[in-house]
Structures are given as C-alpha cells and as structure tokens.
Design a protein around this ligand. Structure first.
Ligand code: ZN
Length: 89
C-alpha cells in the first residue's frame, strides 16, 4: 500500500500535502510506529519509543525522510525536494 502511494506521488510530481497528512502526523519519524494516540494536539509523543517532537515538525520530518530515502540513490536531489515541501507547508 505504501509503496503504491509513493510511486503515485512520484508520478504526479510530488505534491506532499495531498499524499496522506493524517498518517504522517501520526507516524513516529524516529522508529516508524504509527498510531493516532501518538499525536496529542501540537505535541507528538511516540507510544513505542518515547520520541517527542512538535507534531507538525514530526510530520514534516516523516515526509522529508520518505523523499530522502527515495532519492538517496540519486545525486542529492532529495534535499531540494525536502526544502520545497517545507516552503509550501
Ligand atoms: Zn517511535
């Protein structure tokens, strides 16, 4: 399922905010654990590993990490896309 979403995202030229804002805000950017209770308003606290961060920052990090991972085999274009997302956010 996730693979498909990422593939689709790439096809449409990467419009992060339309991908899945719900899940990125509930996913721990540290260990990957996803749960609605991870998020408490503006706060993000992972129920599994205890990672704490601002909820929106954690979400942005999730999306950024996804791109970085996808572009790691490339020439560093991942950083550029990550910055673009942050600018749009
Ligand atoms: Zn975690």
């Amino acid at each position: 399922m996730y693979e498909y979403v990422e593939y689709k995202t790439e096809l449409y030229g990467i419009d992060v905010e339309q991908v899945d804002p719900e899940n990125t805000s509930r996913r721990c950017s540290h260990c990957g654990f996803t749960h609605p209770d991870n998020r408490n308003g503006e706060e993000f606290v992972c129920l599994k590993c205890g990672y704490e961060n601002h909820a929106d920052y954690n979400a942005a990090k999730n999306v950024g990490l996804r791109y970085l991972r996808r572009n790691q085999t490339g020439d560093g274009g991942g950083m550029l896309k990550n910055q673009r997302f942050l600018a749009c956010h």
